[in-house]
Ligand binder design. Sequence first.
Ligand code: PHE
Length: 454
Amino acid sequence: MATTFKTRLGLLAATVGSAVGLGNVWRFPAETHANGGAAFLIVYIACMLLLGIPAMIAEFVLGRGGKSDAINVFGKLTPRSPYRMAGIMPILSSFLILAFYMVVAGWTFEYLIQSLSGNLFDIKTSGASELETSFHYKMEQYVATVTPPLLNLYIVLIINFLIIWAGVQKGIERLSNIMMPLLFALMLLFCVVSLSLPGAVAGLDFLFRPDFSKITPAVVVNALGQAFFSLSLGMGVLITYSAYYPQNTNLVKTAYTVSGLDLLVSLMMGIIIFPAAASFNMTDANLRGTTLIFVTLPEIFYKMTGSQLWSTLFFLLLLIAAITSIVSICEVPVAWIQERYKKSRLTACTIVTLPLIVLCSLCSLSFSALSDVHILGMTIFEFCDTVSSNILLPTLSIIVCLYIGWKLPKSFFYKQITNDNTINGKMASAIFFVIKYLAPPLICIILICSFIEI
Ligand code: PHE
């Protein structure tokens, strides 16, 4: 692969851009809420440190060492090994994730437009409970219609198409360089606003004071799923991106920086949402799952001065976060088609976008016309989310760890970690130990638990 990111900052921005996304802003608060607050947070951080970061380093080593896309890399390095079959996984998971991710990005686009126009706050209410119901109703009504969510979805698909088509440096890197600093600045601003609200202490209490009795196997499975999802692990994104890293990039440092910034954004989101929710007496029903940020936050903005401005800024932030992640996921199959079948960027983008239109539409319709269709008891949307985050991502991570730990020569790993003996690799042995011996069985146990749960 000849392409590389142009600058160190650019490669960091792009990788953080992939990691930071709906996973942090939309999924993290919902998961934290559903799994008992601080108890979940502790397990989540443990999963990230113990398994997430080593798994990320393993992907970086494979990507930069193999200098190939995520699907071909196994076959390129070990042509006759059964490991080459692992290439199927990134194709599957990228489409499944994009299927539901783009739908949520479409909702975000709708809320951005409604915030800009002021329509979002155009509701007539008298009491607090009525307000709650109004925003809930608005969201439920919106997702249950057929055409508007589809239209927004297609807009997101077009935006994504244009960025991917523009290429790695001119599209992805340039976009991330502008968007990521903007995102951090906006989040900081929201933290300050939320912490100045009267319910700040109660909200922080929920987020940071653990009740260990709440840690169950289900909490651990969900925490790992969330950690992998949030770090963009097990999907081939990090393998693909690190193939674009120059030879002098310090992989370990990059993994710590990316994970640290990703955790920071998730924590900031918790700091934004829980104090605000506590301040405005949100009920449990209002804090649940998919609709959390589309119901709770508008309600909070409604009660603040300058509702329209805050709301516009927030949904803009969310859209930025979503798009920088979407392009990273799309880059996985696009890079593969370009490289393997020697297609132009435009053709590769088109080949990837066409099936996406169908899959995403199905996910979107699973809230309306197809709401009765269930796969293993889940709607199409829930199925794509659960299967990809809780099953496919951990599985590919196990394969990558086994591959680096047991199949490739040890020198392959050390060469990448020490940049061919030009930098200090003090942590290398410890990281290698985790990748070889600890990560595969631990992720496997958690994976089996997730099967039992389903
Ligand atoms: N990490 C992204 C997020 O938190 C989602 C993602 C998953 C991106 C897997 C790439 C690969 O939103």
